[in-house]
Ligand binder design. Structure first.
Ligand code: 13P
Ligand code: SF4
Length: 334
């Protein structure tokens, strides 16, 4: 189901978003009160707005968030991220209520691939195993053998036999990057992230000339020329650790700009320069899906316990197998 179809399917649940929030209501206090009363845990991704990151019980990248969702004993998981992340939480912890402030919070990568499409590709390569990036929906996870995130993709692919044929879906940039660093020749699904594909090689090269001491750090969803130019390529969590620990004092950051909120906290004296995109009138380095979640919607979502993620049990069991394979294969990764 595409993001739009999902949103239409959820329209009855979304009606409450039009309700007024009483003027002057202190949203932070209300969210804190409901968190206790309802035994809820708020999980947030680094691309959320700063106020949501600050109020979260747990902030992380997609691997860390999946692990946190699996192990929580809270009654309700309030997932501040995008739909596939909340869906993954529900797959891993089905007895908990999982809510997402805005069900329209989709992902261009997840939308690029369907379970049906992946099945057709598998039929053409019957000996291949399917490794899918976690940025995909439940139907794709159900058709996959192993899920990976940007934190563990390289580690997991290296653990597979060198001569094993592999289909990698849905991110062509991450797949190409893993092919390059591991010497594999995985068959790649042709999907991409609209945010990470918007970075401009020419403009970043100019930023590097203007800031010769700065290190370029990039998320592997960025295009090949940007990754080739980067001093460091890693997941959101790994980029944060790199900036914190590396002796350099200046960094050009090629990923969604929400990460700068946590980066500034961890490295307050370092100079952080958001990498430039092709069009400087578009705010292209913001993921508009991630930014659909707001404090107002978070408040309403906790109050009404909607929109709720519900899943087909047969699909859930199939998808769980590929996610569990990832968790088993990446125990060594923090
Ligand atoms: P991470 O796995 O690095 O958190 O990335 C998630 C994502 O959506 C990147 O665009
Ligand atoms: Fe999807 Fe890209 Fe947004 Fe990440 S930044 S959620 S990959 S659209």
């Amino acid at each position: 189901m595409s993001t739009l179809e999902k949103a239409i399917a959820n329209l009855p649940q979304k009606g409450f978003l039009n309700m007024d929030i009483p003027e002057g209501l202190n949203l932070v206090n209300e969210i804190n009160r409901m968190r206790k009363e309802k035994n809820a845990i708020i999980l947030a991704h680094y691309y959320q707005t700063g106020d949501i990151q600050d109020i979260a019980d747990f902030l992380g990248d997609s691997l860390q968030l999946a692990r946190a969702a699996e192990k929580t004993d809270a009654e309700m998981i309030v997932f501040c991220g995008v739909h596939f992340m909340a869906e993954t939480a529900k797959i891993l912890n089905p007895t908990k209520k999982v809510v997402l402030p805005d069900t329209l919070a989709g992902c261009s990568l997840a939308d690029s691939c369907s379970g049906e499409g992946l099945r057709a590709l598998k039929e053409k390569h019957p000996n291949a195993i399917v490794v899918s990036y976690i940025n995909c929906d439940i139907t794709v996870k159900a058709e996959s053998d192993i899920i990976v995130t940007s934190s563990n993709a390289e580690h997991i692919i290296r653990s597979l036999p060198q001569d094993q044929e592999i289909i990698f879906a849905p991110d062509r940039n991450l797949g190409r990057y893993i092919n390059q660093v591991t010497g594999r020749n995985m068959i790649l699904w042709d999907g991409a992230c609209i945010v990470h594909e918007a970075f401009s090689l020419e403009r970043i090269a100019q930023q590097m000339l203007d800031n010769p001491q700065a290190k370029l750090i990039a998320h592997p969803e960025a295009q090949k020329p940007v990754l080739q130019m980067a001093h460091y390529v890693g997941s959101t969590a790994n980029m944060l650790s790199y900036v914190e620990k590396n002796e350099a004092q200046e960094f050009i950051v090629a990923t969604e700009e929400g990460i700068l909120h946590e980066m500034k906290k961890r490295a307050p004296h370092k100079k952080l320069i958001p990498a430039l995109t092709i069009d400087d009138t578009c705010n292209c380095s913001e993921c508009h899906f991630m930014k659909l979640n707001t404090m107002q919607k978070l408040y309403l979502c906790m109050k009404y316990e909607l929109p709720e993620i519900t899943l087909n049990e047969e699909l859930r069991i199939k998808a769980l197998r590929s996610i569990n394979n990832m968790l088993d294969l990446s125990k060594a990764i923090k």
